[in-house]
Design a protein. Structure first.
Lengths: 338, 349
């Protein structure tokens, strides 16, 4: 099985090298990258990884970020030019974690009549410091259903390599020949490190000004435009006091998997064996999935149906009361006539 | 765990043995006038203190009332943390740990957990016990939405023990608790063996028919869609067709081979193996599913989602009918009539 990942990057020098090292060590065969106007050294890091042919570089220099268009192009290229059986569109702050050890194990298990599986985002919160992000950011938040939060619940897709794939904005969905989704399964966790420093936070959102495709981006841009950078930062950051309280409440969860994997990779040149997931880990994942599925169309349809049933029952009750009042008035009018 | 039992001699012993081995502490049973020896099995376990039997005499089958009573007793008198409202033909299989381990891992804020019911198809009755014979499980690729089918995909729920729990027929949902169900996760499977022998099918139909007829005759109740399959079994038993229907459900060797090769049924020996383990006094272990097992499970569970969509469509159809009725009595006409009547009353001395 041949597995490709795709990446759109712009000025991600603090993370892109780590991202490539991790995913290539995980067994990804080829990474296709669209580098959009990077000027911070990202392009050099990409080039350093390119010589062995496992990293394929594309460059875009236009003003506007055409994320979905470029991801779709890379998905198709992966299928048509690189023989990918599966394609995983990703961002540089997303570390894909197969729950059963390897990408190949999870993807081989998908029955042929299905072509899409989903990864569940796990939101790691900002902890400030000078260490690399994966040493500092070892705590994740329970996601919220509030789409304006940077830590809102999300799913990402991986799909079979087909020449007509169309990947939606944000890599949350995909269409194409045979690309049927296995809905009730998350074989991947996507360990997500969206905000890693104050400067990167500002740069991240300002770069999206040409394509503000998400409520959290729109809100962040509004705050930045009003000069409320500190508000944005304060919402993302978790200080020591908050950490202790929220770990106790269970709204933050310690998670050192990526840190330990990257330490192992640095010292041994290969990833250590993953910790075996427990039933408790399954429940922990299910808790985040519960929030992510809040926006699932089937769940929304069921909820709207229940709301309508309540509303109609209320109207029926009113109509019933009105008809009884009318009967009584009619009766009293009749007795007055007599 | 709560159970409703009536003449379940061929399965009740296995049911209790399995669930005790899986970690159930106490089984509350409402025995509805059993006379085939089921009552003796229950009495024996009652003496051991692991079963509490509530005996109900011959008469109407009050499923909702009895299950609700047991669920509440589990909370108020037996200190249960979780309550599983089961049927005797259901074996609750925890995924990746014992029942206490799996239920103990559920975050405090959730009080309802969904379970995916897995139907085992009947096979030829060669005299062996059902668990030795019935090792073929249905693996539907699309939902069977026929309310008369015993193979409709459905969920059941387990709930945190609560003194006000209200368990609906079939234990598909539990109200009165304010608990939030966890979406998209099925930490328990329900291995379901509804049709085991021709004699059992006939007995099931006859008992169900007579009990429910009495119930419907005694109270104002509308039969839900789940009742259609039981009603058919009742009709077949009345007409003496149960054996024929059983044979039709079993099918021929050729049909079975084809279903297996097409993946419409799959071999699943988990219950058979578990009961063999229990019989040899070995502890039960519930291994973690592999990626392939998880994927196959998810694909089967996807059928539940599709079935839900059909159910939502039916609810919308019903809503459409009710809205049309409301529209048929225009509010403005009603309002005019009310005003006229009110004026008339006011004019009277």
């Amino acid at each position: 099985m041949r597995i490709a990942m795709t990446l759109v990057v712009r000025d991600e020098a603090d993370i892109v090298g780590t991202w490539l090292d991790y995913h290539l060590a995980r067994g990804v065969d080829v990474v296709i990258v669209t580098d959009h106007r990077s000027v911070d050294g990202t392009s050099d890091i990409l080039r350093e990884h390119a010589p062995d042919g496992r990293v394929v570089l594309l460059r875009e220099d236009g003003d506007v970020l055409r994320q979905a268009e470029w991801v779709t192009r890379m998905s198709r290229l992966a299928a048509t030019h690189h023989g990918a059986d599966w394609v995983i569109p990703s961002d540089a702050d997303e570390f894909w974690w197969p729950r059963d050890g390897s990408f190949a194990t999870a993807l081989t298990a998908v029955p042929m009549r299905f072509g899409v599986v989903r990864g569940l985002m796990r939101q790691f919160v900002l902890r400030v410091g000078q260490d690399p992000f994966f040493e500092r950011m070892t705590v994740r938040a329970r996601p919220t259903a509030d789409l304006s939060s940077p830590y809102h619940a999300q799913v990402k897709i991986a799909h079979r390599g087909v020449g007509d794939a169309v990947v939606g904005v944000g890599n949350h969905d995909v269409e194409g020949s045979g690309l049927h989704l296995v809905r009730e399964w998350f074989p991947f966790e996507v360990l997500h490190f969206p905000i890693r420093s104050a400067q990167q936070l500002e740069d991240k959102f300002l770069r999206r000004a040409t394509s503000p495709d998400g409520q959290h981006i729109v809100r962040a841009l509004d705050l930045l435009a009003r000069g409320e950078h500190e508000t944005l930062l304060a919402e993302a950051i978790v200080d020591d006091e908050t950490l202790a309280t929220r770990l106790g409440e269970g709204t933050l969860v310690r998670d050192v998997r990526l840190r330990d994997a990257l330490r192992g990779l640095a010292s041994d040149g290969r990833l250590p064996a993953d910790p075996e997931p427990t039933v408790g880990d399954d429940a922990d994942l299910a808790e985040d999935a519960h929030v992510a599925l809040e926006h699932d169309s089937a769940v929304v349809a069921e909820r709207r149906c229940a709301d309508l049933e309540r509303a109609v029952a209320l109207l029926e009750g009113r109509a019933f009361v009105a008809s009884r009042v009318a009967r009584q008035l009619r009766r009293s009018a009749g007795s007055a006539d007599n | 765990m709560t159970l409703l039992a009536r003449d379940e001699r061929d399965i009740v012993e296995q049911h209790l043995a399995f669930h005790f081995a899986a970690g159930v502490d106490l089984v509350l049973v409402t025995d509805h006038a059993s006379g085939d020896g089921t009552q003796d099995v229950l009495a024996r376990h009652d003496r051991d203190g692991r079963v509490r039997v509530i005996r109900e005499p011959e008469g109407p089958f009050k499923q909702r009332e009895w299950v609700t009573r047991m669920a509440r007793l589990a909370a108020t008198e037996h200190g249960a943390d979780w309550v599983i409202n089961g049927d005797v033909d259901e074996f609750w299989w925890p995924r990746g740990g014992s029942l206490p381990e799996v239920l103990g891992s559920i975050p405090r804020r959730y009080g309802l957990v969904q379970s995916f019911v897995r139907h085992f198809v009947p096979v030829r009755d060669d005299g062996r016990s059902f668990e030795e014979r019935m090792t073929l499980r249905l693996a539907s690729r699309a939902p069977i939405n026929d309310p008369r089918s015993p193979w409709r995909p459905f969920r059941k729920v387990v709930h945190r023990a609560h003194p006000n729990a209200e368990v609906v027929e079939g234990s598909h949902s539990v109200g009165g608790t304010g608990f939030v169900p966890m979406r998209g996760w099925y930490p328990l499977e329900v291995l379901h063996f509804p049709i085991r022998t021709a004699a059992q099918l006939e007995r099931k139909g006859a008992l169900w028919g007579s009990a429910v007829e009495k119930f419907y005759a005694s109270e104002e109740v509308v039969a839900g869609p789940g009742a259609a399959y039981h009603a058919l079994a009742f009709r077949d038993s009345e007409r003496g067709r149960s054996a024929t229907v059983f044979d039709e459900l079993v099918g021929t060797e050729v049909e079975l081979e084809r279903a297996l090769s097409e993946g419409l049924v799959v071999e699943d020996t988990r219950l058979r193996d578990a009961l063999r383990t229990v019989a040899s006094d070995q502890p039960l272990e519930f291994h973690r599913p592999t990626a392939a097992e998880d994927a196959a499970f998810a694909v089967d569970a996807a059928v539940l989602g599709e079935a839900d969509l059909v159910r939502v469509r039916r609810r919308l159809d019903e809503l459409g009918r009710r809205v049309a009725e409301l529209e048929a009595r225009p509010a403005n006409r009603l309002e005019r009539r009310l005003r006229a009547l009110a004026n008339r009353v006011r004019r009277e001395p």
